[in-house]
Design a protein around this ligand. Structure first.
Ligand code: NAD
Length: 225
């Protein structure tokens, strides 16, 4: 039987591509209180602030390129094919740009916006968010999962975690649920659980910790898998 691999990535894998993480000093959220820019309530009370915040992040993404860690995960997918799944909490498009195809962007995508009318009109957006939906004229919002909202494709994620043999979480502080609970689900399903990060993550359910920068440790680890 073939080995099934599930990878979870967080902001740490994109840090060396120049995209700030959330909690580290100098992080993205230092100047922007999370409750104002990453909650439905924040959007309701000041949509312009929220839209500007994501417009700026979209602009910054243009200067970022995938790093060695992103590229290594493409090699892993090429090797394992349908037995590979990459779940990312990141809203940047660096995994997709590197060439990963089997990706679930569970917290949404910075380069997409959706309309508040049907919620089904989702558009690719590389510049500032359009004011109105080109399909129906309704207001638009970033295609981002905010605090208090349910991440995308949770059914598919849970099924993959229940069947995987190897689960690796990379560059994530393990502080935001439900993603923070994925290692537990994988472990209880019998998977070997590996953490690749700058710092050890507390809370257990991890068999192996590989300390270091993602661009250095991920390519080495991929060669060994
Ligand atoms: P995080 O910033 O919480 O954690 C990043 C982790 O990466 C840290 O453990 C850090 O030590 C590690 N790291 C940093 N540079 C690294 C490198 N070069 N190589 C390897 N590891 C490195 O980010 P996260 O875990 O992705 O956050 C989870 C989710 O939290 C995000 O997807 C986001 O949706 C959400 N979020 C958090 C906040 C907040 O913290 N206030 C606000 C909004 C959203």
């Amino acid at each position: 039987m073939s080995k099934k691999i599930v990878i979870l990535t967080g902001a740490g894998i994109s840090a060396e591509s120049g995209i700030p993480t959330f909690r580290d000093s100098g992080g993205l959220w230092e100047n922007e209180p999370v409750q104002l820019v990453a909650t439905p309530e924040g959007f309701e009370s000041d949509p312009e602030r929220v839209i500007n915040f994501y417009n700026k992040r979209r602009e910054a993404l243009k200067n970022a390129e995938p790093n060695a860690a992103h590229h290594a995960l493409v090699q892993l997918e090429e090797k394992f094919g349908d037995d590979f799944l990459l779940i990312t909490q990141n809203v940047d498009d660096l995994h997709q740009r590197a060439g990963n195809k089997r990706v679930i962007a569970m917290h949404g995508e910075l380069l997409k916006v959706r309309c508040l009318g049907s919620q089904e009109h989702v558009f690719h957006c590389t510049e500032d968010q359009p004011e109105k939906c080109p399909e129906c004229g309704a207001k638009m919002r970033p295609h981002i999962v905010w605090f208090g909202e349910i991440p995308f494709e949770m059914d598919r994620i849970q099924k993959a975690l229940a069947k995987c043999d190897l689960f690796a979480y990379i560059g994530t502080s393990g502080a935001v649920y439900p993603a923070a609970g994925f290692r537990q689900l994988a472990k209880l399903s019998g998977a070997h659980v590996v953490c690749l990060n700058l710092e050890e993550i507390s809370g257990g359910y991890t068999d192996e910790f590989i300390k270091g920068k993602a661009s250095e440790v991920v390519p080495k680890w991929v060669e060994e898998v």
